[in-house]
Design a protein around this ligand. Structure first.
Ligand SMILES: [Zn+2]
Length: 94
């Protein structure tokens, strides 16, 4: 959905769970600890829309800024509940 330059997407949590169920079943030693999405031509910071999504609570939320089709940066954000604000967390690779 495009609203004045802002793109939004929606998904059915049941469809996401159905897609992930085979992974949870075949690799129970793995834990899902977060989700990621991109912000085309916008900063890698939680948007007002992100803040309104209860589903984004309790996960690490990696947001990737893509400017003019090219990767700019990735940052990660966490909030415990939908009533708390996102806090940035370090991304460690290795
Ligand atoms: Zn976002």
């Amino acid at each position: 959905m495009n609203r004045g330059g802002l793109y939004e997407f929606v998904f059915d949590p049941a469809q996401v769970n159905a897609a992930l169920q085979p992974i949870w079943t075949s690799q129970p030693e793995l834990d899902q600890i977060g989700v990621f999405h991109s912000h085309p031509d916008h900063p890698a910071e939680p948007s007002v829309t992100d803040a309104s999504q209860p589903y984004l609570s309790g996960w690490s939320n990696v947001i990737v800024a893509v400017h003019e089709g090219k990767f700019k940066e990735a940052r990660s954000w966490y909030r415990e509940t939908e009533d708390s604000s996102f806090q940035e967390e370090r991304i460690l690779v290795g």
